[in-house]
Design a protein around this ligand. Structure first.
Ligand SMILES: [Zn+2]
Ligand SMILES: [Zn+2]
Ligand SMILES: [Zn+2]
Ligand SMILES: [Zn+2]
Length: 345
């Protein structure tokens, strides 16, 4: 029995060492899909606006009235067209109010839309957990796996436990080797690898010199490639003034991008920001979406909202059901076993 326990303890140390070479990646929903979804959403909004324009019968320049091909739509609202930038500039004082109103509507439509479905663990095929400590990413293949699958892989009773549970690459490698693998994947366009490199530069890890500018640049690239969490991280940096000048507006901007891609933590922060700005309704909308995706702290806020009359009974009950469903979908015995072992899984 004691030998058995000693063996388990040894295994745990081995696993801990392996995990040390693994970067824990925070909660992240979508990679490329997010950007595509955002683009698709904007496209459908474009189509909507175009349809409106067609029915409104304004196929000519809003300023000079000239028709023809070559007219360019106002990219902010898509409600009007111009033959050139000069016409647009001249028309701006007349168009400004309508443009800003429509742009704000388009923005909110994208922001409060139901987020895309949660990305799945490539091994167990269940939606990835929301808790960043229950998700890991190996340097080898850059697959984001759930702690349950990491646990099952690394506690196997053979040398297999030293391999990446997904791609079977040996895990106990030097930092140089791990860094090389991450850089290689980034060069191949993997969003998560840009994100990971950003953290290495931010923290001065893996033998790299600490470099906040470089970290921001890499996170931005990751975000553009669809790694939602990177936008959340950038938002945090602006909010905390860490490595950049503190800027709440920019923080909100990046959190919104993260929320659109499905980031529940970003949505919770937006809920708080909107609440403090006196926008209780927007705040509750954020909380309801995040709670519906399974995020408990947001459900607490929705409950408070229900008790003080800001959330209807119908919305509260729906949010409760959605949360239950989302949490059940993310649950497995392996994940429970990993959670019981501690946060380094
Ligand atoms: Zn014109
Ligand atoms: Zn406009
Ligand atoms: Zn899994
Ligand atoms: Zn791998």
């Amino acid at each position: 029995m004691f030998e058995y326990l000693a063996d388990i303890i040894t295994n745990l140390f081995v696993v801990a060492a392996a995990v040390a070479a693994i970067t824990i990646i925070n909660n992240r929903n979508q990679q490329r899909e997010t950007v595509n979804t955002q683009r698709k959403m904007l496209k459908s909004d474009d189509e909507h606006a175009n349809a409106q324009m067609r029915t409104a019968g304004t196929p000519e320049c809003a300023e000079c009235g000239k028709g023809g091909d070559g007219l360019k739509a106002c990219t902010a609202c898509n409600l009007v067209k111009y033959c050139n930038r000069n016409c647009q500039r001249v028309h701006w004082p007349k168009h400004k109010k309508e443009c800003k109103k429509r742009a704000a509507e388009l923005h909110d439509e994208a922001l409060f839309k139901q987020p895309p479905p949660r990305e799945e663990c490539p091994i167990c095929l269940l939606p990835l957990p929301l808790n960043p400590e229950e998700i890991s990413c190996d340097d080898c293949c850059g697959k984001i796996m759930c702690a349950g699958c990491m646990y099952a892989g690394h506690t196997r009773d053979s040398d297999d436990r030293f391999l990446c549970p997904f791609c079977r690459t040996p895990q106990l490698v030097s930092f140089e080797k791990a860094l090389e693998m991450t850089k290689k994947r980034a060069e191949a366009g993997a969003a998560v690898s840009f994100h990971q490199l950003g953290h290495y530069y931010h923290d001065g890890e893996m033998g790299l010199q600490q470099d906040y500018d470089k970290a921001m640049e890499l996170w931005l690239r990751a975000g553009e490639l669809g790694h939602t969490l990177s936008y959340d991280t950038i938002g945090d940096a602006y909010y905390n003034g860490e490595g950049v000048e503190r800027d709440e507006k920019k923080a909100k901007y990046y959190w919104e991008l993260a929320a659109i891609g499905g980031g529940v933590h970003a949505r919770q922060k937006l809920g708080i920001v909107e609440w403090h700005a006196g926008n209780a309704c927007r705040s509750m909308k954020h909380y309801m979406i995040a709670a519906g995706a399974g995020f408990e702290p947001s459900l607490q806020k929705v409950r408070e909202g229900y008790l003080n009359g800001r959330v209807t009974k119908h919305d509260f009950e729906k949010t409760l059901r959605d949360q239950k469903e989302a949490k059940e979908a993310m649950k497995s015995d392996q994940r429970d076993a990993a959670a019981a072992l501690g946060p380094w899984f």
